[in-house]
Design a protein around this ligand. Structure first.
Ligand code: MG
Length: 374
C-alpha cells in the first residue's frame, strides 16, 4: 500500500466566529489517501491555516520540507519510520509546536488506515484495552456568577457526569471571586462529583498562585490545571511542592522531550497530552510510557470533534496509566458535535471506546461541505 495524497480540510463556522470564543469555531481535518482505496482520518488541534502551510509547503531544503512531500509514495503501515523522517526533515521549522501538531493529524490517519486494512479497532493494534468505557468529565468554561455555576453543576450531575472541569472564562480576574465560584460549585456538587479547575495560565505571581491553590484545596478540587504557561517549569515545580493539590498540565506541549522536561523539572502530578498536538498516537504512547515510569497519571486533553476524541479514547484505553478520566467538551457547536455520522456514545457518565475498524468513526461530509473554507 502507498500514500497517494494528503488532503487538509479547513473548516470554519463563519457566522459567529467572534462571538463563540471557546475555540470550537474552526477545525482542521486530515485525510490520507492510499492506492488501495483506504482513506485515513485525522484531526489537528491547531490553526487550520498554519497546518495547511506546514503540510503543503513545497520542498525547500533537506531539513525544511513540507510534510506531504515526505509522505507521498510511502507505505502508510510503516508509521514509525515515517514519523522519524517527518520529524527530521521538518526540523528547521519543526521539533515543537505547529509542525508536530500537523504530524499528529497525519499519524492519527495512518493508524486509522492500519486499523481499516486489518479490520481491527486501533486500541487492539495498540495492545488492547484496559477499559471498554472511560469515566468522562464534563469540560466547560467558567460562568460569571455563583448562581450560574451551581445550576451548571446540578444540570451536568443530572445528566450522569460524576466529574466536571471549569476553566478559563472569568477565572483569574478577581482572586476572591474565583474562590467563590469554586465554593459554589462544591456546595452544589456535594461529595458525589469531582471538581477540577483549569486556570488557563492566569497566574503571574507564584505567591498568589500558592495562596489560591491552598484555598482551592479547602473545596477538594481534584486538580489545578495550567496555573502557569507550560514553559514555566520552575513556577510549576515550586507550586507543586508548596501545595497538596494535584497540578496538571501539558495540552500545549509536544513530543516525549517536552514531557520529560515537564515531569522531571516541572514536577507536575498529572500530564495532559493532546493527541492532536503531541505528535499523534505514536508519540502519545511514548509520552504515556515515560510518565508511567515516573508514577504520573496520564489524562488526555481533548477539546475538538469526535474524530480527535475517538483517537483519544483508543489511546486512553490502551495505556497502563490511562483510563482515569476522559475530557468531554460540552460545546454545542456543529464543528464539535456534527463532524461524524454517528457520535461517540456516552453511557452513565462514561465514554464508550469505539469497536469498529480503525478509529471507528465516519466523517460527515454534509458538515464538511457546509463549513469548508479555502
Ligand atoms: Mg486546559
Amino acid at each position: 500500500m502507498k500514500i497517494t495524497d494528503i488532503e487538509v480540510i479547513k473548516l470554519r463556522q463563519k457566522e459567529d466566529i467572534e462571538a463563540i470564543g471557546d475555540s470550537t469555531q474552526d477545525a482542521v481535518i486530515i485525510k490520507v489517501h492510499t492506492d488501495e482505496g483506504i482513506t485515513g482520518l485525522g484531526e489537528v488541534a491547531s490553526s487550520p491555516y498554519v497546518v495547511d502551510a506546514l503540510i503543503n509547503a513545497p520542498s525547500s531544503k533537506f531539513l525544511c520540507t513540507g510534510l506531504k512531500s515526505i509522505c507521498i509514495g510511502r507505505d502508510p503501515l510503516e508509521n514509525e519510520p515515517l514519523w522519524a523522517d517527518m520529524y527530521k526533515q521538518s526540523s528547521w521549522f519543526g521539533l515543537r509546536g505547529g509542525a508536530i501538531q500537523a504530524m499528529s493529524g497525519i499519524d492519527m490517519a495512518l493508524w486509522d488506515i492500519k486499523g481499516k486494512a486489518l479490520g481491527l479497532p486501533v486500541y487492539k493494534l495498540l495492545g488492547g484495552s484496559f477499559k471498554k468505557k472511560i469515566r468522562a468529565y464534563a469540560s466547560v468554561l467558567f460562568p460569571d456568577t455563583e448562581a450560574e455555576i451551581a445550576a451548571m453543576v446540578k444540570c451536568y450531575a443530572a445528566q450522569g457526569f460524576t466529574a466536571i472541569k471549569f476553566g478559563w472564562g472569568k477565572f483569574g480576574n478577581v482572586p476572591e471571586e474565583d474562590i467563590g465560584l469554586v465554593r459554589a460549585a462544591r456546595e452544589a456538587a456535594g461529595n458525589a462529583v469531582d471538581i477540577m479547575v483549569d486556570a488557563g495560565a492566569c497566574y503571574r505571581d507564584l505567591h498568589m498562585a500558592i495562596h489560591q491553590a491552598r484555598e482551592l484545596e479547602k473545596y477538594d478540587v481534584y486538580w489545578l490545571e495550567e496555573p502557569f504557561p507550560p514553559d514555566d517549569l520552575l513556577a510549576l515545580a515550586k507550586l507543586s511542592q508548596a501545595t497538596d493539590i494535584r497540578i496538571a498540565t501539558g495540552e500545549r506541549l509536544s513530543t516525549r522531550y517536552q514531557f520529560r522536561d515537564l515531569i522531571e523539572r516541572g514536577k507536575v502530578d498529572v500530564i495532559q497530552p493532546d493527541v492532536g498536538r503531541v505528535g499523534g498516537i505514536s508519540e502519545f504512547r511514548k509520552v504515556a510510557f515515560i510518565s508511567q515510569m515516573f508514577e504520573i497519571p496520564c489524562v488526555p486533553h481533548a477539546w475538538s470533534s469526535d474524530i480527535l476524541l475517538a483517537a483519544t479514547l483508543h489511546i486512553n484505553a490502551s495505556i497502563p496509566n490511562g483510563g482515569i478520566f476522559q475530557e468531554f467538551c460540552l460545546s454545542g457547536r456543529p464543528l464539535r458535535k456534527d463532524l461524524v455520522r454517528e457520535p461517540l456514545q456516552l453511557q452513565d457518565g462514561c465514554l464508550v471506546v469505539p469497536e469498529k475498524a480503525g478509529l471507528g468513526i465516519e466523517l460527515n461530509e454534509d458538515t464538511v461541505d457546509k463549513y469548508r473554507i479555502l
